[in-house]
Design a binder for this molecule. Sequence first.
Ligand SMILES: [Zn+2]
Length: 433
Amino acid sequence: MVTDESGEAGPAVVSASASSTTTAAPPNLREVGRRRVLEALYGAARTSRPELVRLTGLSRATVSALVGDMVRVGLVREEEIPAGPEEHRLGRPAQFLSLVPSAAYAVGLDIGHQHVRVVLCDLSGEPIWNAAVAKDVDHAPEETLDLATALVNQAIRDERVPRERILGIGVGIACPVDTKTGALGDEGIMAGWSGLRLGPELERRTGLVARIANDANAGALAERLYGAARHTQDLVYIRLSAGIGAGLVVGGRLLLGARGLTGEIGHLPAANGSLVCRCGNRGCLETVASPVAIARLLEASWGRPVAPAELIGLLHAGDRGALRAVEDAAEAIGRALAMVVTLVNPELIVVGGDLAAAGDWLIEPLAAAVRRHALPSGAEHIAVVVGELGDRAEVRGAASIVLAEAPRSLADMAGFADVADMGDVAKMVGAVE
Ligand SMILES: [Zn+2]
């Protein structure tokens, strides 16, 4: 299992409804111990009983009892550690402990301008089912949510996963998500979704606990946990698609701001006297550097419509106009990123979204612009790379938000109900040892 502070989903997302967080009874001693053990297990690929004792501060007897329960319900597996000279002397083989990936699952859902993507991940975050459907979702929230629900049901059927083993559904959406109200912001690229509270809608349809995040934030989490940024705590993930957004991870934590608007880099001023942006300002980065804006530039010179999806093909064909347009967009994006670099001092910029497929044609001028415009000592050590997860970053990041809550969800999971109170278990085990 992979997790760290950035995976602490509490502030990263909006839970579906206030009621889902206020009805839980205070956890008893056994639940608290169980959660501590699960957190330690979740934070390490493999561990051992002595290591769990050290990490949780619980007694050996308590750890043994709790781990025994978890093995019994199929949540934890044991493997023998190949014996070294030390173990031979003690005569008792040591055991590795790890969570069983198939013990629980999370659904990820990515809703973009023109696509719906669903993934079913196991407890380790590995996708076991994936589907993407091209759809014009802008003015069709109802239809889109019905489609998403159908895909979720298909994943559950295809993989024969018991519904009670699914911890929840995480959503990444191309809209700002108000962290106070849970409502989608009206600066999103999808006009028909403004003000919608997606969490309760999805909970009603799927029966799963829902967590909602902005898609660039979800992408940042995924690249941090599973992709290009897994070795750093300080990164900027920029998503260059119909809209331009960024996720900022600083000291391992995703920044959200007072209302979840951190990282709306597409609305930094980039050009004077340019087009009016959908946010109401003028000359925003998005109006000059999104794939749509680049295609629009080419349309003007070619006198025919150019689809944003054609851009990458034109680059490969060596089209001079397309090369120039992408280079200019990269310069504008790099200038905006330079401001972010100067403000938050990341060590890595990960580029995702549709335009990332432009590769070096985009990355080289973009990196050069960052170096030219950022504080030199901040820009000196920065790397700019294309994301490793491609178009699955957002959907896997969305699922990771649910998985980050796994230690708590699993501690409450059914199957432990018949286990004796921890105090008694501890006494019993203590008496035998
Ligand atoms: Zn704007």
